[in-house]
Design a protein around this ligand. Structure first.
Ligand code: G4P
Length: 290
């Protein structure tokens, strides 16, 4: 499959990021807890050099908790401040604010030494499309958030949202471009629905998903769609088709996805399992592991 993102969008995104990064002390980078590496663009490390950083593993409500725990250790071992969150819930917000202060502690110390007191921390949110940036900003700022106008020193048109009296957040998030030089990264982004489905081969995508599920979440498929492993083996023997197609056949049979004439509709079965995965109806599943 050929995954792509348009070069024009990328140039614009880079320019915006560069402009905004100059204005802030800390970059709050969101990634998807189900694919923490594929869901972030490592170019941010270069772009955000010299700035404090906080990584948020978002959508943890859909990710495997045991794997998320491993990811937290992974990032912490690299010296990265990290928090696992569900942006749809406000309860994680206090932790995030505390971690912002923690990640900026060097800057706060430096300010103190220079006699600068109570200068608010300036932050921006960044991440690839669909990772949950707007949802997170809405929860972080809450209803009482007050926007400050165009103050001197602030680029015209930029809006800062006050977060208490010691933090300000740029109201527009930085958009990072997904980086899929590696086909596997493209696959992972496609699986979670971060790519335009029009250019994707649903059948191929479903077969890849089935492979991952069978490797790491053994009985999830057979339990969800109520068929036995031996039915899959029967189909393979009878039809002489690969395992992935046999699983799709079994799903189609079980869910009565049939073509006129009664043959199993593999395309519909493929759409079904992808949709069930994306909406966490297969349970909490992580695609990437440290
Ligand atoms: P973006 O600004 O980074 O592009 O992302 P946005 O906030 O628009 O979020 C993209 C989708 O992800 C939204 O779903 C949003 O509700 C969902 N989302 C964000 N954070 C979380 C989370 O922590 N957990 C879960 N389960 N979902 C999250 P949508 O289908 O586009 O809209 P809707 O379902 O909210 O109407």
């Amino acid at each position: 499959m050929n995954y792509q993102w348009y070069p024009g969008h990328m140039t614009k995104a880079i320019r915006m990021m560069q402009e905004n990064i100059k204005l802030v002390d800390i970059i709050i980078e969101l990634t998807d807890a189900r694919i923490p590496l594929s869901g972030r663009n490592p170019d941010i490390d270069e772009l955000g050099k010299g700035k404090a950083r906080l990584v948020l593993l978002n959508k943890t409500d859909m990710a495997d908790p045991a794997v998320t725990k491993q990811w937290i250790e992974y990032f912490e071992n690299k010296g990265v401040t990290v928090v696992d969150i569900n942006s749809k819930q406000s309860k994680d917000i206090k932790t995030v604010k505390d971690k912002i202060v923690l990640a900026c502690k060097d800057k706060i110390e430096r300010d103190k030494k220079r006699g600068i007191k109570n200068r608010p921390i300036r932050a921006m949110v960044a991440g690839i499309p669909n990772v949950g940036k707007s949802t997170f900003i809405n929860h972080l700022t809450g209803k009482s958030a007050a926007k400050t106008g165009n103050k001197p020193g602030v680029t015209k048109g930029k809006q800062w949202i006050m977060l208490g009296n010691n933090m300000q957040l740029l109201d527009t998030p930085g958009i990072l471009w997904p980086k899929f030089e590696d086909q596997e990264v493209g696959l992972h982004l496609a699986l979670i629905g971060s790519m335009n489905d029009e250019n994707l081969d649903t059948g191929e995508l479903a077969v890849e998903l089935i492979k991952i599920l069978n490797k790491d979440y053994e009985s999830v498929i057979t339990e969800k769609y109520a068929f036995s492993k031996s039915r899959v083996e029967e189909i393979i023997d009878k039809e002489g088709i690969p395992e992935g197609a046999a699983y799709l056949t079994a799903i189609a049979e079980s869910r009565k996805c049939l073509l006129p004439g009664g043959k199993p509709d593999l395309q519909r079965a493929a759409g079904l399992i992808i949709d069930d995965f994306r909406n966490a109806r297969l349970g909490r599943i992580s695609i990437e592991r440290p």
